[in-house]
Design a protein around this ligand. Structure first.
Ligand SMILES: *Cc1c(COP(=O)(O)O)cnc(C)c1O
Length: 437
């Protein structure tokens, strides 16, 4: 967040009070690329990654979960800084390959991988396919045999039998479609011993997303490493890799506080240190999506109308939940607001409350309820901050045929288009008009 503030204040007095990204005024970006638009600050992206990397134990590799933001330029930037990739679809595999991430730094997971995806992973020689069931392991053995491959590396995703706390959305430790129950794994030695072409490198566990407590994350890591040790012994596997997940959160709502990175990493390092000493050749993986990309992104919309209804003031903007579904409250039916700012009057004092809505014909198209803002006029730019994760790709972009917005990445003081806005014609090409006569 700090780079943004500096950018705004460093240009104060010369360009007024509008929001800047690396010195580029937001009005210029909006004019050149149109609105709605997602604007990413590559310097913020770098600094978030780098401050994590600089602190984290050297035995731990950071992998970027593309699910949070699959843009190829974002991926490539993180890759060039040293991040690996955690992916879950054929398109994501194509993305990371084109973004220049080495196969040895790619893992592929997901509960319902297709045969074609498994075959592509084997052919690409990814670092590991993360298996979510024993049937999947058997299928990979079959593919390896059919294609004459040996030593196809996999990680077994374990659904741990311990509970977790502090997550906004838990993914393990209860009945889930993900992974293999720890208890089932403990009884699977015979089956795993019969594998001829698949090599089990170790284990993967992911407890959930949006953790904001340093202690919860250290606690999870400790439990996962201990479980990996126990399972490796039970199954007679030499641990080459443990992916202990991640789920680092960022604060979105008033009642939340950002993760204390220093304390979080110190807690994780403390757990990792003895483990790494006992397993000097074991690669540890910390996979992160939201934490790496959320703060670098702003969803920029233009106010079309400002109106009043029964005593409540509304800003009707040109974009809404069709591009930013998360703004209606992540994993929650209680609507809480993401940080929303006037980008046109970035430094002005808030003076009134506005409910910010989009262009959709549904009352649910609200990106911020009773947001406190400086005076808003039609034509002003508003920004939903911390929107670099789970934005367009996690939103119903085709609803009402608006299509997906442009995405712009500001790098070294220059704004680059990194995704074109959907074209109207494009949105219709896949439909077929049949002849009714
Ligand atoms: C979604 C997901 C991630 C990324 O989660 P974040 O909370 O965005 O970091 C990582 N691993 C798995 C298995 C996931 O499902």
């Amino acid at each position: 967040m700090s780079s943004r503030k500096e950018a705004a204040s460093s240009t104060n007095g010369t360009s007024g009070t509008e929001f800047h990204v690396q010195g580029v005024p937001i009005s210029h970006i909006a004019e050149e690329f149109g609105t709605p638009v997602f604007v990413y600050d590559a310097e913020e992206l770098r600094s978030v990654y780098q401050s994590l990397r600089d602190r984290l134990h050297p035995a731990v590799d950071v992998f970027f979960s593309l699910k949070a933001n699959p843009n190829i330029s974002i991926t490539s930037r993180l890759g060039s800084l040293g991040a690996g990739a955690e992916i879950s679809s054929m398109v994501e595999l194509m993305t990371v390959t084109r973004a220049g991430i080495a196969p040895d730094d790619i893992i592929f997971l997901g509960p319902g991988k297709t045969r074609a995806e498994l075959e592509a992973c084997v052919a690409a020689g990814v670092y590991a396919i993360v298996c979510e069931s024993l049937d999947e392991v058997a299928e990979i053995e079959e593919i390896a045999a059919a294609t004459g491959r040996d030593e196809v590396p996999v990680l077994l995703r374990v659904n741990p039998d311990f509970h977790t706390k502090g997550s906004g959305l838990t993914m393990g430790g209860k009945p889930r479609q993900f992974g293999i129950d720890a208890d089932i794994l403990r009884r699977s030695r015979g089956l795993l011993d019969r594998l001829r072409r698949v090599r089990v490198r170790g284990f993967h566990a992911y407890m959930g997303t949006r953790f904001l407590g340093a202690e919860d994350l250290a606690h999870n890591t400790r439990q996962i490493l201990a479980l990996a040790d126990e399972l490796a012994q039970a199954l007679g596997i030499e641990l080459e890799t443990v992916d202990f997940g991640g789920g680092f959160g960022v604060a979105y709502f008033d009642n939340e506080k950002d993760l204390d990175l220093r304390a979080t990493v110190a807690g994780i390092n403390e757990v990792v240190e003895p483990f790494a000493a006992a397993h000097p050749r074991c690669r540890l993986i910390n996979e992160l999506g939201r934490y790496l990309t959320a703060t670098c992104g702003t969803y920029v919309v233009r106010a079309r109308y400002v109106k009043e209804s029964m005593g409540e003031r509304f800003v009707v903007a040109d974009g809404g939940t069709n591009h930013h579904m998360a703004a209606v409250g992540v994993g929650s039916f209680v609507k809480r607001n993401f940080p929303i700012r006037s980008l046109t009057r970035y430094d002005d004092e808030p003076t009134g409350t506005y409910t910010v809505t989009g262009p959709l014909c549904t009352p649910n198209d609200v990106i911020g309820k009773k947001v406190v803002l400086p005076p808003v006029q039609a034509g002003d730019l508003l920004g939903v901050e911390r929107s670099g994760a789970y934005g367009p790709t996690a939103s119903p972009g085709l609803f009402l045929g608006h299509g997906f917005p442009a995405e712009v990445l500001v790098h070294n003081g220059t704004a680059h288009l990194v995704r074109e806005r959907d074209r109207k014609e494009e949105l219709l090409t896949k439909q077929r008009l049949i002849d009714f006569d």
